[in-house]
Design a protein around this ligand. Structure first.
Ligand code: CA
Length: 534
């Protein structure tokens, strides 16, 4: 009996000790409703289709492979916490093509057989929509494949001196002297423009019949197959000697809007901020913010140098200048994409904690962030090689069971590419990079002002503090980051605020200290982020 009483006493003591611990920290996100987006503001995920997930074990990722992983991206229930919470997907090209990357399209009205069938694709769209995910596909309109039937007949006709029929679809002309590297010879003095490769002849996008053809393609996908929009490839090459790329974009966006009033279009204009702002005058919803991306971009620099000075003022300037061109613009911040070195390779120097801070910085910007598949688990690439294939290596779902995908016969997954583990290893670890991404997206979905608001910098005089607010429909959300990896910071708040979300970039060995607010002061632990509201 005595034994039983002391055992009961121990249990009571343990329970009360546990409760007092739990009382010290109460998760600010626990009682806030997570909302589903019903507009164009989304957390996007880029999938390089051939490298994501292979459903039939033929060594190439495919559409059914994506369907298998939809629950990982978003199970459709905003109340659950075990999915990533993605509500926008961008698929790299899926149409029949002779290359592994499929940016040279042979037929704009079908699915490449390596990836599956149109039935598989329709199923993917349906399942995305059931989960509240918008699906956009890559639309390559700058060039086609040199095996596209229209290009083949254009060349045949040009060789006979006929430039008035199918040759008009492409940038084909006769030159007395070789026009240079951006052109490829057909014969008899005729050349076609081919900025990327001889396999990629450029469409004449200023020709009436080309546009009619492009409108038919848009209708096929938007209405025939219910896609939500397009990612437009290589828009900076739309400009040419006889036409203005902005004029083409304005026409194309207008056509898409006519076909589907809530269409979402994002352009790849791989240039500096001012050229991107100019492109916004076309009315296009979004452009990728290349000026802030990559190993030298503002987010990575801020983490690497523990110095956020200038980051928010340059974002705010870009936001303002782009808005001047398009009132409804949605900028797209990101770290890397399929044409750039994997961010995990250069974030290695800042470790998992710095990688988490980089994620918090770009994901909490206004607009639509784009996560390149694998970035959420810190997937790195074979560092010894530079070819594009290495930027597109297979997703690692389970570090102990590597996929059999081989990218263009060149490279496959290695265990060393998942230093923080694969998806399976990270899913059950609440301190993994994957769990950190999930929490960022959850906080964003609880506070729609972050994505939709206008951004305003708050200068603190401390290089290691990044502080701003975004204002949407009269409601302000404050975001404050501490870029110091060892020192706690005391931040004076501009008004009395409540915590709405907190992110602590710790590793598994550390006991988390959480941001705390009292009156108008915020205590911000090392490498942490606070999201606050009145
Ligand atoms: Ca396959």
């Amino acid at each position: 009996m005595k034994k039983l009483i002391s055992l009961l006493l121990i249990i009571v003591l343990l329970i009360s000790a546990f409760c007092s611990c739990a009382q010290q920290y109460s998760d600010p996100t626990a009682k806030i409703k997570t909302l589903k987006s019903d507009d164009k503001y989304r957390n996007f995920y880029e999938i390089f289709v051939g490298s994501f997930n292979d459903s039939n074990n033929d060594g190439v990722g495919d559409i059914n492979g994506i369907i298998e992983k939809l629950d990982y991206l978003n199970d459709g229930n905003p109340k659950t916490d075990n999915d990533l919470g993605i509500d926008g997907i961008w698929l790299t090209p899926i149409m029949p093509s002779d290359s592994y990357h499929k940016y040279d399209v042979r037929n704009y009205f079908a699915i490449d057989e390596q990836f599956g069938t149109m039935k598989d694709f329709d199923n993917l769209v349906k399942q995305c929509h059931e989960r509240g995910i918008k699906l956009i596909i890559d639309m390559v309109l700058n060039h086609s494949s040199n095996t596209h039937p229209l290009f083949e007949s254009a060349c045949e006709q040009a060789l006979k001196g006929d430039l008035d029929h199918d040759a008009k679809y492409y940038e084909i002309a006769r030159y007395d002297t070789d026009p240079g590297d951006a052109y490829t010879a057909i014969g008899n003095g005729y050349y076609y423009e081919s900025n990327f490769s001889p396999h990629m002849p450029e469409w004449n996008i200023f020709e009436r019949r080309t546009r009619k053809y492009f409108a038919k393609i848009a209708d096929f996908w938007l209405n025939g197959h219910s896609v939500d929009g397009f990612r437009l490839d290589a828009t900076k090459y739309y400009n040419c000697h006889h036409g203005d790329g902005k004029e083409f974009l304005k026409w194309y966006y207008g056509e898409c809007k006519k076909l589907k009033p809530d269409v979402y279009v994002v352009g790849e204009n791989w240039t500096g901020n001012s050229e991107i702002c100019e492109m916004y005058s076309s009315g296009t919803d979004s452009f990728f913010a290349f000026g802030f991306a990559d190993s030298t971009g503002g987010f990575v620099n801020a983490v690497r140098n523990h110095n956020g000075v200038g980051l928010i003022s340059s974002v705010a300037k870009f936001e303002k200048n782009s808005k001047r061109e398009n009132e409804n613009r949605i900028n797209c911040y990101f770290l890397s994409n399929h044409d750039q070195k994997r961010s995990a390779n250069y974030l290695k120097t800042v470790g998992i904690k710095g990688t988490k801070m980089a994620a918090a910085l770009y994901m909490l910007m206004p607009g639509n962030p784009y996560i390149y598949y694998g970035e959420e688990i810190g997937l790195s690439q074979n560092a010894s090689a530079d070819d594009d294939e290495y930027k597109r290596e297979p997703m690692i779902w389970d570090k102990n069971n590597l996929p059999d995908i081989i990218v263009n016969g060149k490279t496959s997954a290695e265990e060393s590419q998942a230093p923080f583990g694969g998806v399976k290893q990270q899913e059950k670890n609440e301190k993994s990079l994957l769990s950190f991404y999930k929490r960022i997206i959850k906080i964003k979905n609880q506070n729609p002002e972050i994505a939709r608001g206008e951004i305003f910098e708050i200068k603190t005089g401390d290089n290691e503090i990044v502080e701003y607010y975004t204002e949407y429909k009269g409601s302000k959300i404050y975001v404050i980051h501490n870029l110091n990896d060892s020192e706690e910071k005391n931040v004076r708040l501009p008004e009395k605020l409540r915590l709405r979300g907190d992110l602590v970039a710790s590793n598994t060995k550390e006991i988390d200290k959480h941001p705390a607010v009292s009156e108008k002061a915020l205590i911000l632990p090392p490498y942490s982020t606070a999201v606050l509201k009145k």
